[in-house]
Design a protein around this ligand. Sequence first.
Ligand code: ATP
Length: 396
Amino acid sequence: MLLGIDDTDSPNGMCTTYLGALIARKLRSSGYFVNNMRLVRLNPNVIWKTRGNAGICIETNAPKEYLFSLACEYVDKYAMFDCENTNPGVVVVETKPPADFYQKALREFCTIEEAEERLNEIGALYKGYKNKRGLIGSLAAVSSVLPDKTYECLSYRYFDKCGTPREFEEDGFFECEKATAPNTWDTVDFKLHKVICIPHGKDPVLYGIRGESPEFVREAAGYLKTEEPEFIQVWETNQGTDAHIIHSRELFEGGSFCFEGVVDSAPETQRGGHVSFGVDGVKCFAFEPTKYFRDAVRELVVGDKVIIYGSYQNGVMNVEKFYLAETASVEKRESPKCPVCGGRMTSAGKGKGYKCRDCSARIREVDEVKRNISVGWYEVPPGSRRHLAKPVCRFG
Ligand code: ATP
């Protein structure tokens, strides 16, 4: 049996994974197996999300009707119904529905009607609360297939502590990253000397450690010194896999893409610190919150060959990472002095060296500007990374 839940939280509290973890604990204590706990991130560009657009799926041997009424009971009790944008959905199916709905929810936009139509077709037990939008994420979660997967160890606070400052010692998080990276990632940002994996809101999450296997994330959590958590739950996820990325140049609003191209307009820093540049006619941006990523972007020059990854929103690419495949050569603006007579030389044409104006001596080599960037990957800092974006450490 697969249980899907989505859209139970608000900026004022709760988290759908916490609700799912509570249900899993109840199922286990009632003698049922819980085989798989899955946290699925969906299209990061949907406007209705509270934080990271996540839905959950729990696999269990509990009977269908019981599972459905238990899930509804927990949603009734814990969901943040007061918030206009909280529209929970609960779905129970016996077998995995076709994956196309998940693929669409991950990369495009789905309607509530589409979700209901599919749920009726497959004979699911389901309940959509308020405007029923949560049915989209719940159905996507039970329909998900994860060719690449990662894990997150989520530690949850005691419910009555939610809303108070989280208690933790920073050092343990830095030690954890030193000892377990690159098998874990996004725990801290060394460059900004900042702990990344602790949220700041009123939700019950104390921290989340992301990594390649359940063993790595559990081991990593062992380094941390924090307030006593109520419990921890390791989730299987599609985070850090680039599952949302469409490999195409046919960009559409709200999609996330990867395409190869040549820089055709030089980086410019705009008001607000955003850096813009062009690739094959597509306007690309490294926005201010991407912090030191902008330093790498500023080093690009016209002619560089790049592979761009990012979200297409408001007609521009919001760049999440890029691969610099080939650096263009840039001739120094000032021509060298003539090695024969010491006179001033002039360019003999692009890539053809220099010619002396006085004695006609020639130099064949081009005097190039030393580039401060080399072939390789460049990505946004951990704190600005989208949950689905594959960190460079996972490219091997
Ligand atoms: P929560 O912890 O409650 O899941 P969240 O930040 O993950 O918080 P949601 O509250 O789930 O965000 O809000 C996202 C809403 O958008 C949900 O109702 C979900 O069903 C819906 N949704 C998700 N993906 C899509 C999509 N591709 N098209 C349309 N709606 C979507």
